[in-house]
Design a protein around this ligand. Structure first.
Ligand SMILES: Cc1cc2nc3c(=O)[nH]c(=O)nc-3n(C[C@H](O)[C@H](O)[C@H](O)COP(=O)(O)OP(=O)(O)OC[C@H]3O[C@@H](n4cnc5c(N)ncnc54)[C@H](O)[C@@H]3O)c2cc1C
Length: 329
């Protein structure tokens, strides 16, 4: 459904809709895939996931920030979340997008912000993952990560299997805690694989390499049951202990599979986005998998406004039929 995909990508980029939805609560079914608007709402969701045997990595929604004041505001929200996690004693780590805290504004400014976040996380013994964004920010992101890895041990990052360079990075970060993904952005054929089959193969290879080549911890982040099952077969064949890897999925997606993996004894970590900047994230998830549209349909049809509307239209239609009937008599 490429056309539908393009529609949702366009909708995700619409500034007016992005700004308007920031003032609303979670709507159109977004509450099924976004943890909450505030830190307090999200802490409740984290407690719930922890009680089901899953750990969590939180993500403060919003990226590609261009104003210093906005970057500082976002950094403060992240610090509040880290402190709330520490105070509530819940099992959660942080996922950070550097473009949200100044990477596209100024390198040193970004380093100042991320250092504050790293120090707060360290105080609460919390792991911090630096998310990987589009290829245009790859070099700067790696520069920040390597700077932080010299100073902190509670830091890791993401490798995107579609990038030609990913295999080298698996060796470079073989002793680190690394999240492996297929890759979410649209990248040029000069830097990234384009075909799903090739990306899947590369992803499987990176998983096997990271699980076996060093002392790192591997987070296998996917909703793809085929790749999950193939990884489990490989893990069993190679006697890799459960404390060397985990499966990661996005909040609200494939909940049955998440539960099943916990029941089979595997570590499962749920990536939980939160904040008022939920609209673009939600549209991108719909673009990725238009079947997710059923989230919207279900939520809208359950909405009392919609039901009142249906009843009103029904009453009008009945009235019109009755009038016709009596006029004929
Ligand atoms: C925890 C986490 C963190 C991530 N972090 C990053 C990051 O930092 N940078 C980045 O570039 N990308 C990131 N991603 C996104 C990732 O790169 C992929 O774009 C995204 O996960 C979609 O690919 P997939 O592996 O889940 O499977 P897909 O290729 O989307 O799906 C493969 C198959 O799995 C099944 N499937 C998938 N979803 C569903 C569903 N909801 N219900 C039923 N069946 C389904 C279908 O059979 C589908 O054909 C992250 C993903 C996760 C889960």
């Amino acid at each position: 459904m490429p056309l539908l995909r393009d529609v949702f990508i366009k909708l995700s980029e619409n500034q007016v809709l992005n700004d308007a939805t920031k003032k609303m609560g979670l709507r159109f079914g977004a509450n099924k895939v976004v943890g909450g608007i505030t830190v307090d709402d999200t802490i409740e969701r984290i407690k719930d996931l922890n009680s089901q045997g899953m750990s969590v990595s939180f993500d403060n929604l919003g990226e590609f920030v261009t104003r210093r004041s906005d970057a500082i505001h976002e950094k403060d929200i992240i610090l509040n979340m880290i402190n709330a996690i520490g105070e509530n004693g819940v099992d959660a780590s942080a996922s950070i997008k550097l473009s949200q805290i100044g990477l596209n504004i100024d390198y040193d400014f970004c380093i100042e912000n991320i250092t504050e976040i790293m120090d707060a996380a360290k105080k609460h013994n919390m792991f911090v993952n630096i998310d990987m964004e589009n290829y245009a920010s790859y070099e700067d992101t790696v520069r920040v990560i390597d700077h932080l890895m010299e100073r902190y041990d509670n830091i890791g990052t993401v490798l995107q299997s579609y990038l030609f360079d990913a295999k080298n990075d698996v060796y470079k970060y073989k002793d680190r805690r690394i999240r492996l993904v297929k890759g979410a952005y649209k990248e040029a054929p000069a830097v990234a694989l384009q075909e799903k089959e090739d990306i899947d193969k590369a992803f499987e290879l990176l998983i096997r390499l990271h699980l076996t080549k060093g002392d790192g911890f591997t987070s296998i982040a996917t909703h793809d049951h085929n790749i999950i099952e193939k990884s489990i077969d490989f893990i069993k064949e190679n006697d890799i202990p459960n404390d060397r890897f985990e499966f990661q999925m996005l909040f609200g997606f494939r909940k049955e599979l998440q539960k099943e993996l916990v029941e089979r004894g595997y570590n499962v970590c749920i990536y939980i986005p939160f904040g008022n900047d939920w609209y673009a994230y939600f549209m991108r998830r719909l673009a990725e998998r238009p079947q997710n549209l059923n989230l919207i349909v279900k939520s809208v049809t359950k909405d009392p406004m919609f039901q009142t509307g249906v009843k009103a239209v029904g009453a009008l239609a009945l009235g019109a039929v009755a009038l016709k009937f009596f006029n004929r008599k």
